[in-house]
Design a binder for this molecule. Structure first.
Ligand SMILES: Nc1ncnc2c1ncn2[C@@H]1O[C@H](COP(=O)(O)OP(=O)(O)OP(=O)(O)O)[C@@H](O)[C@H]1O
Ligand SMILES: [Mg+2]
Length: 314
């Protein structure tokens, strides 16, 4: 791999959401601040929406790591595509609650509420974070509301944070869970990186990976990456990684435009942005030839006549 070639201690552009690479760009920092304020309020549901690859899982990990664990007890469910009972079991497992082998829903809810009451008595707040929440079945979302209904006279016993792709909003529009929707007291939206953020993002990740040399991605190559990735961090990572591989393959010390072009062509989700221009050109030239044929067709006998006459004259 290219690590030693570029003087890196680790790979800078992996697609694992590793918190040590966290880059606090405006949208992420804002969302993190909102989350930290929202959990202090101890009320209702919190929702974080972001397109595929914008960093929801990373933000969730960063947020959980930023909490004071003397005060917060947290449960993280990475894939809540579960039936209501399985979700309750997953919560119990995450919180370390013991239950009998053939526990039923009623018993499980009782155990969970006992746990929440005890935690409250110890001055602890319980927080449930659900990643990929757009995949949750409606009945499971509804059971979540019932779980979060447990409260004292003063506050809720458990708070829930939903991280999901924009489809989560569509799911929440379902009239059968309007009560849950009404309880969302804080929500934030993760946006893609702007051009200058992509520039900082790339150098930030390189620096965390131990790069100390001169600029590795010249301005023009960042522009190419930004255009092809639309500022989606996961795509930026994939392109930057492949561009580094291409540069390394040629023994180059900096990434050149041709290296990024190779990366873009080689990447499913971005190669269309690379070829869109050529496709438009192809379409336009096909259109022009069709129009030309239709315009020139009626003139054809005339034109051939002219050439014949001309030919005869020569
Ligand atoms: N603010 C950031 N700082 C550093 N890296 C980031 C940031 N945001 C996203 N990334 C990187 O982008 C990649 C995708 O992030 P992540 O897996 O968190 O996205 P996601 O929104 O959860 O995607 P999906 O919708 O597919 O679940 C990861 O490699 C992650 O490290
Ligand atoms: Mg994710």
């Amino acid at each position: 791999m290219y690590g030693t070639h570029f003087g890196l201690q680790e790979l800078p552009f992996t697609i694992t959401p590793d918190t040590s690479f966290f880059f606090a760009h405006s949208s992420h920092q804002e969302a993190l601040n909102t989350l930290l304020v929202a959990v202090r309020s101890g009320e209702g549901f919190i929702k974080v929406i972001g397109e595929v690859g914008t960093g929801k899982t990373l933000l969730c990990r960063k947020f959980l790591a930023a909490l004071d664990h003397q005060e917060f007890v947290t449960a993280y469910i990475p894939n809540p595509y579960l039936q209501p009972m399985t979700l309750l079991l997953a919560c119990a497992d995450e919180l370390g609650i013991e239950y009998p082998q053939h526990v039923n829903q009623h018993q499980l809810l009782k155990l969970l509420s006992r746990y929440l009451i005890d935690s409250y008595a110890e001055g602890k707040r319980v927080l449930l974070c659900l990643d990929e929440a757009q995949a949750m079945p409606i009945e499971t979302l509804e059971s979540l509301r019932l779980l979060s209904n447990l409260e004292t006279e003063r506050r809720k016993l458990m708070q829930v944070v939903l991280f999901g792709q924009p489809e989560l909003n569509i799911r929440l529009d379902n009239p059968s869970i309007r009560q849950l929707k009404q309880r969302i007291t804080f929500s934030c939206q993760l946006s893609p990186l702007s051009f200058s953020e992509v520039e900082f993002y790339i150098s930030h990740r390189l620096a965390v990976a131990g790069y100390r040399g001169p600029r590795l991605f010249p301005h023009k190559t960042v522009k190419q990456i930004y255009r092809a990735s639309q500022g989606i961090p996961r795509l930026v990572n994939i392109l930057a990684h492949k561009a580094l591989m291409a540069a390394f393959g040629e023994g180059a010390r900096v990434v050149l435009e041709k290296h990024v072009r190779i990366a873009v062509t080689d990447t499913e989700s971005t190669s269309h942005t690379h070829t869109v221009g050529s496709r438009i050109l192809k379409y336009l030239s096909a259109l022009v030839s069709t129009v030309t044929i239709f315009v020139l067709l009626p003139l054809a006998p005339l034109t051939s006549g002219v050439s014949m006459i001309t030919g005869g004259a020569v």
